[in-house]
Design a protein around this ligand. Structure first.
Ligand code: FES
Length: 188
């Protein structure tokens, strides 16, 4: 009896192989329909994260004084189901030297509705154009007048923006400031 059950189970297991194979064959195209960038039968493939194509570098001699700044474009590639297989994004950014010697390195895309914001050094100019008088230089968005305090982690000090703009990761090596990646979570 024991032998019979074992043989029956074994036969069942063998017979289920084609069924499982057929299911796998059917599920894979369906998953690729839902997410075209997934590789065939790679059910555990992780999310498609953007890829930073090349770091942006600045010589430190460009920033002799507090609030000296530079603008830049950071190139990121996002996977896409097109002939090219990816879409290239240019993310505008600012790097500003702070009075304590650190750098504020941020995406210029406003976290409110995605306009590109400015770096405004003169508090009087901010007061006239953005309805708010800050203590020092700020990032300020011309669309709905959000103002970000660059000396306090990009804190929103005026306007409708829900949070600070996204930061770039950077390091200083060999007298160069090297911007290597954008904080995760999207562009704006
Ligand atoms: S898009 Fe910048 S404040 Fe609205």
């Amino acid at each position: 009896m024991m032998n019979l059950i074992t043989r029956r189970n074994l036969l069942k297991a063998i017979l289920s192989i084609p069924i499982l194979g057929t299911l796998a064959m059917a599920v894979s195209p369906f998953m690729r329909f839902l997410k075209p960038t997934i590789k065939p039968f790679n059910y555990m493939q992780g999310p498609d994260l953007p890829e930073s194509l090349e770091p942006v570098m600045f010589d430190l001699s460009l920033f002799p004084n507090a609030f000296d700044f530079q603008s830049f474009n950071f190139i990121q590639a996002n996977k896409e189901f097109t002939a090219l297989g990816r879409q290239i994004n240019k993310i505008p950014g600012f790097v500003v030297k702070l009075p304590n010697g650190d750098f504020a390195v941020y995406s210029r895309i406003c976290p409110h509705l995605g306009c590109v914001f400015n770096f405004v050094k003169d508090p009087e100019e901010v007061a006239k154009g953005y309805n708010f008088k800050p203590d020092g230089p700020v990032f300020a968005c011309p669309c709905h007048l959000s103002v970000f305090d660059i000396q306090h982690d990009g804190k929103v000090v005026s306007g409708p923006a829900p949070r600070p703009p996204r930061k770039f990761y950077y390091k200083v090596e060999n007298n160069k400031l090297v911007i290597s990646d954008l904080e995760s979570g999207g562009v704006a």
